[in-house]
Ligand binder design. Structure first.
Ligand SMILES: Cc1ncc(COP(=O)(O)O)c(C=O)c1O
Length: 399
């Protein structure tokens, strides 16, 4: 029997992917499942993106590329960020790799020494904790509940920063709450960060183009350009351009960090997928009007699912501001029972909902805050309405 490395014990498989797989199995077995679990657009990339990928294949641009990505793509990303943030970035401050998830992994591997603390704002994307631990870091979780609209306040940040704090991970619009930090929120947080010069900020901007009231989410670097030497911005093609399976993400930041990340990537995945890189240039350079149309449709779907879900007695939806997640408070149903089983946690409720009504919703515990469900509404309005109706039936049965 081969003994596995100790770090394997840290590697919890992604619960969201597991729930999605379970929903897929039930579907394959003939059940009429509606999955609100996975964070994935239900549309495919715009045609010009597909055409650019096909053209790159036909032109034989299919070899290994430089580890941090092809120069044209790094330039396009730097130009987009410069225009988005009103700050000049050069291609040398960009590294591209296999999805924003791996780029975050590589950033944490590059920044953390054993025992370094990383502040995570709960509710947070489920993968953050494991990634911090795999890099030898210690996740320090700051729980932000409905009293602060699920956002970090300057007071909480001040209290959380300690001598071992190496970085803070921020995500706006947020997965799972869909909440966005305003410019005023960011300015207030920046004040606290200025007083903590050793703390790096990893800003996960993966949903920054999917905002209902702004073209782009306000950014810490707009609120505080003076912090640019310690802010690392993460982004990618998965969400804005519906390129989840193409695996392309990137980081922008101080050159020493970017160079170290590129070196780490060169010894792990070598380089990002070549055709996805050519396609991403097209996405970045010409798809803003398409993204704007998509956002209008998401906004409409968000309002529709929130309306339907709020018809269920006791369920409260956090007002969605961006991304494609609805964060709903289901705590009124904790402690109730179905067929003799007491629903102690949102995990119990999620499990029972799937088996009773064939609806997959991710329990809040996966994001560090129990008593909630995250519903991914990147699906048709009809399906979302049907899912809400089934949820209403389910919750009515609980006694
Ligand atoms: C908050 C957040 N960050 C990063 C990612 C990673 O995206 P990808 O690896 O597909 O680029 C996701 C995907 O679900 C996410 O929700």
């Amino acid at each position: 029997m081969i003994k596995l490395a100790e770090r394997v014990s840290l590697m919890k498989p992604s619960p969201i992917l597991m729930l999605a797989a379970r929903a897929g199995e039930l579907k394959a077995a003939g059940h009429d499942v509606i999955s609100l679990s996975i964070g994935e657009p239900d549309w495919t990339p715009y045609d010009k993106i597909k055409d650019a990928a096909v053209a790159s294949i036909r032109e034989g641009k299919t070899k290994y590329t430089p580890a941090p990505g092809i120069p044209e793509l790094r330039k396009a990303i730097a130009e987009q960020a410069s225009s988005d943030l009103g700050l000049a970035f050069e291609a040398a401050q960009v590294t591209v790799s296999s999805g924003a998830k791996f780029v975050l992994f590589s950033a944490l591997q590059t920044l953390l020494n054993p025992g370094d603390e990383v502040l995570l704002i709960a509710p947070f994307w489920a993968s953050y904790t494991t990634m911090v631990e795999l890099a030898g870091g210690i996740p320090k979780i700051v729980v932000c509940d409905k009293t602060s609209d699920f956002k970090l306040t300057p007071e909480m940040l001040k209290k959380a920063i300690g001598p071992r704090t190496k970085a803070i991970l921020m995500n706006s619009p947020s997965n799972p709450t869909g909440k966005i930090y305003s410019m005023a929120d960011l300015k207030a947080l920046a004040e606290v960060l200025r007083a903590a010069p050793g703390v790096a900020v990893i800003s996960d901007d993966i949903y920054n183009r999917l905002c209902f009231e702004h073209r782009l989410a306000p950014h810490l670097l707009q609120a505080a350009p003076d912090l640019r030497d310690r802010v690392i911005c993460l982004n990618g093609a998965s969400k804005s351009y519906a390129m989840t399976g193409w695996r392309l993400g990137w980081a922008l930041g101080p050159k020493e960090v970017i160079n170290a990340m590129s070196a780490y990537q060169s010894q792990s995945v070598s380089c990002p997928n070549s055709m996805a890189q050519y396609a991403a240039i097209e996405a970045i350079r010409s798809c803003d009007p398409d993204v704007a149309r998509t956002v209008e449709s998401l906004k409409d779907r968000a309002a529709s699912i929130a309306r339907e879900v709020e018809k269920i007695p006791g369920v409260i939806a956090a007002k969605p501001e961006g991304a494609f997640y609805l964060w709903i408070d289901i705590s009124a149903y904790l402690g109730k029972s179905l067929n003799g089983k007491v629903m102690k946690t949102s995990d119990d409720l999620s499990e029972a909902l799937l088996m009773d009504q064939m609806v997959a919703a991710v329990p809040g515990s996966e994001f560090g805050l129990d008593g909630y469900f995250r519903l991914s509404y990147a699906l048709s309005k009809e399906k979302a309405t049907e899912a809400a109706a089934r949820m209403a039936t389910f919750f009515k049965k609980l006694g």
